[in-house]
Design a protein. Sequence first.
Length: 161
Amino acid sequence: MEIKSEAKLETTQYLTFKLADEVFALDVAKVREILEESSITKVPQTPVFMRGVINLRGNVVPVIDMRVKFGMESAEKTVNTCIIVVEVELDGEIIVLGSLADSVQEVIEMEPQQIEAAPHIGTHLNTDFIKGMGKHTGSFVMILDIDRIFSGAELAAVQSL
């Protein structure tokens, strides 16, 4: 008698946000909260993609400009500009970061069959931080792996704040 086990298809919720005209998504399990952009205190001699730090209920939280990190031009603040507070894992330790986004869109649910593998764009570009390309309402959404966006050295520099 043959027993077949059904593979359970897990639907995952993603928070979608915009940088320029591109839509990105993060697993909601990594998102702590979404804040309006508040006063960011600049910190000297930090990586170019780091905007500074904010005070989040008495805790110092580094804020990363995701546009700059992804090689886009930095944008002017608008009414929609926000900080997505995320948890990033480095060597088994959780680091809390703020990610600057042009706007937050919505929370969407995606099943594995709606997500295609990340594109391989030659050997010179690192796309390890892209979990996949999701199809949602007729367009693509880049699903990010927040734990892989930053190198260990970059996170160590941010963590030293």
